[in-house]
Each structure stands twice: as structure tokens, then as C-alpha cells.
Design a binder for this molecule. Sequence first.
Ligand code: PEP
Length: 256
Amino acid sequence: MRKKIIAGNWKLNKTPSEAVAFMQSLMPLVSNTTNMVVVAPSFVALPAVLQAAKDSNIAKDSNIYVAAQNMAAHEDGAYTGEVSVLALKELGVLSVIVGHSERRQYYNESDSSVNAKLKLARKHDLGVILCVGENLAEREAGQANQVVAEQVKAAFAGVEAALIEKLAIAYEPVWAIGTGKTASSADAEAMHIHIRKTLAALYNDELANGLSILYGGSVKPDNIKELMAMPNIDGALVGGASLKAADFSALVNFDK
Ligand code: PEP
């Protein structure tokens, strides 16, 4: 059984003190869930959020984990402004989001740098949430399946099956991110099945069936139930609705 994962990507929001206040509001609201809760603050808020989770008895006994939104494709060296996997590991970060469409779109993140980051994170036993998804023109041209399969194949190039543990994929159609438009649950399910088939062809059925595939794109308290009812949708990666404790906890507690 794949556990449901509800992950919040805070993007360029929340200072360290705002992030701590958010955690203090959120933790009591999600203390009874069996779903895995992930929050992804900005780099500078990571230490404060990790400390807030550590200090709380609630987080100790629950399923709250802290992820980074990105990391460098290199372990160390002359890469001004980048953040190393080694620093994330030392802080106690659980996982990292790799290949978010905003990184691909605004920061020229290429398939090959996504592949390098995925390999580097897994080499250091950092979990990965790999983001893939087509844009509107690609969907309208009937190319969504092909685009997503190519992103998956490129991201996993040269990755041994043994490293796929602690890895999740987030299918995030770019046209649904922050727009209020959501893929229908049937379309999202169809793409998740397609991603599983792509993985099965690269590796094997067992691996493809074991990997969690999250959906992302304007997930809100009023549409999460329908999405999570789909057998191949194993959770959600959430932007906007992860910023308020009431909304995010409603997403985490969708099954209550
Ligand atoms: C995201 O950025 O990963 C995302 C899904 O954003 P939103 O929920 O705001 O569409």
C-alpha cells in the first residue's frame, strides 16, 4: 500500500519567523493523520522550521517532514549562490523537490540538470520529489504523454533501481499551477498510469507500482477528495493552498 503524501511547497513565501508561526499553527491540526506531511520552506527558513518540528512533541510522534525546494547539481565548488546537498543533509532535511516547473521555466533548469540533481540527492540518501508536467500548448497539441514520458526518462537516465527508494514523482501540468485550473481527476489518473507504465518499461512493474505519484496543480480543500479517490494518485504537491494552516490541514485531513 502506498502511503498518501501531502506536500506543501511554500515557494518564495514566509520569512523564518513566519514559517515558525505557521508550523506552530499547523502541527496541532495535523497531529492525528496517518498521511505523510511534507513542508518545503525557503532555504533560509529550513533551520527554523526543522527546529520548530523538533521542539514539538506533536511532530516527534507524527509524520511531519521538511524538504528543500531545490539544491545545486554539484556537491561543492565555485557555484555562487547555490546550496549543496551536503548542507541540506547536515541540517536534517528529509528530501528535496527537483525539477519544479518554475525552476524549469524561470531558471532554465534542463532535463540534464534535473538528472544530475536527482542522482546527487540519492547518492547522499536525500529523498526526492521529482516534478514533471506538460504546458498548455503541449497538452492542446496532444503531446502531453510524450512530453511527460520524456521528462521521466531523462530524469532517471543512469539511475540504478536501488536508488529509486525514497523517491516520489509529482505530476504537475504547468497550466494548472497557480491558475485555479485543475486537471480532471480522470485526466490526472490517466497520466499517473502513463508515468507508471513509463517506469515499468525503464525498470520493472514492482518498482513502478511501489513509487508514489503525487498530483499538483491548484489542489484545494474542495477538490482534493475527488483526486485522492483515484487509485494511482498517491498524494498532492500543493503551492497556494499550503500557505494557510487551515487550508493545508484540511488537505492533510482530506480522509477524516
Ligand atoms: C506547485 O507549485 O507545485 C503547485 C502545485 O502550486 P498550486 O497548488 O498553487 O497550483
